[in-house]
Design a protein around this ligand. Structure first.
Ligand code: HEC
Ligand code: HEC
Length: 351
């Protein structure tokens, strides 16, 4: 705690490029998004009460839903997302692992694909994935379109191929008609991806209690949650989890201050080196994409390996391993109360 300043700096140095660029971008975004709110007549009260930590909190901005999405493409994409024929044996839809009624996750430690195959990583939510600059735990792709090849072709997930999928969709009157109405070239790989990605871009969750608070509604969150947000800011969680998605825009090591993997043989055996598997660069060992904390109260279990069942435990681990801090129970509860205000709305209902 006493080393707050230098800790923040070391964190920044670690992911310097991503951190600097993203902080710059979020500040710019903040400047673009904030002035109109600040000129409201209650701004006096607003600025005085929350001056301390809200100045830095411009690193987090409210969700602005993506405009201009085609409703018919969204509907087509939703149908594809929920269609088990997208998998090789017609058993597994995207929605099996990313349940739309279940905050976009499967609630499992690691996912289960076709034939009961167990994957290696925990399924992140598809809600707000459109706001991530990096997709997947290792950030290996940057666009939602590109992301789709991976589950389709992965033998542990959907074990399919684009040829099979196109043949199946060509056999279905609904798809044939919908694609030929919406796309000049009808059913193609790119058009299937475009429909699914358009649907995913509609899966943003605005109007969380915290976003209302950021927009100036002081009573939207409890004092406990405000205290938690202050800790989140002052301890430096915000140096990694920030931007509109409160994460999703930089790589960071898990275990910056205290190694994450040294606790049992079992974990060593299943060790996931994150980004290192892609680049082979030693510095990238244990580097993961910083995940979004939006809706995090609804997306247990936590971390790339789904090892942690509760938010309390996840916060405790983060403080220790990323910041070298031993939080007391009260602080943990305050931060968790803050994280619980990050649950947004989908179709006008809380997620
Ligand atoms: C068998 C379960 C399973 C199925 C089926 C599945 N996914 Fe996933 N999804 C996962 C897992 C696990 C990850 C994380 C993998 C990783 O990071 O290496 C993931 C990651 C993602 C991500 C990245 C989110 C983020 O924040 O990084 C998106 C988007 C996504 N899936 C969309 C889809 C779509 C679209 C489909 C259908 C074409 C699909 N998924 C099918 C389990 C599944
Ligand atoms: C140095 C960057 C960094 C800092 C500082 C940091 N985090 Fe994280 N956070 C990460 C990374 C990277 C992950 C993903 C780790 C993994 O799964 O291996 C993560 C994961 C999480 C998760 C789990 C999310 C999920 O969906 O599984 C929570 C919750 C979380 N952080 C909260 C916090 C809190 C609270 C703090 C401050 C006490 C904090 N983080 C500080 C980088 C950071």
């Amino acid at each position: 705690m006493k080393k707050k300043k230098s800790l923040n700096l070391s964190v920044l140095e670690n992911g310097r490029h991503y951190a600097m660029v993203s902080i710059f971008l979020t500040l710019v975004l903040g400047v673009l998004l904030w002035p109109s709110e600040e000129h409201h007549d209650n701004s006096q009260h607003f600025v005085v009460e929350r001056h301390d930590y809200l100045s830095e909190s411009r690193m987090i901005v409210p969700i602005v839903p993506l405009a201009g999405l085609d409703a018919e493409k969204i509907a087509l994409g939703e149908r594809l997302f929920s269609d088990p024929r997208m998998s090789g044996d017609n058993s597994t839809a995207c929605a099996n692992c990313h349940g739309l009624g279940n905050a976009g996750v499967d609630g499992l430690k690691v996912s289960i694909g076709v034939d009961g195959h167990q994957g290696k990583r925990n399924a992140p939510t598809v809600f707000n994935a459109a706001l991530n600059l990096l997709q997947f735990w290792d950030g290996r792709v940057t666009s939602l379109e590109e992301q789709i090849d991976s589950p389709i072709e992965n033998p542990l997930e959907m074990a399919s191929s684009w040829n099979q999928i196109i043949t199946k969709l060509e056999d279905d009157d609904y798809y044939k008609e919908a694609f030929s109405e919406l796309y000049a070239k009808g059913i193609t790989i790119d058009n299937i991806k475009n429909a699914i990605a358009t649907f995913e871009r509609s899966l943003v969750t605005p109007d969380s209690l915290f976003d209302r608070f950021l927009r100036g509604d002081d009573n939207a969150i409890s004092n406990k949650a405000k205290a938690g947000f202050e800790l989140f800011t002052n301890y430096g969680c915000i140096s990694c989890h920030q931007g509109m998605n409160i994460g999703g825009n930089m790589f960071e090591k898990i275990g910056v201050m205290v190694p994450y993997y040294n606790e049992s043989e079992e974990i060593l055996e299943n060790e996931d080196y994150g980004r290192f598997h892609l680049t082979g660069v030693e510095e990238h060992q244990y580097e993961f994409r910083v995940p979004s904390l939006r809706n995090v109260a609804r997306t247990a279990p936590y971390f790339h390996d789904g090892r942690v069942a509760t938010l309390d435990e996840a916060v405790k681990i983060m403080a220790l391993h990323q910041l070298g801090l031993n939080l007391d129970q009260r602080e943990i509860e305050q931060i968790v109360a803050f994280l619980q205000t990050l649950t947004g709305e989908y179709n006008g209902e809380p997620l």
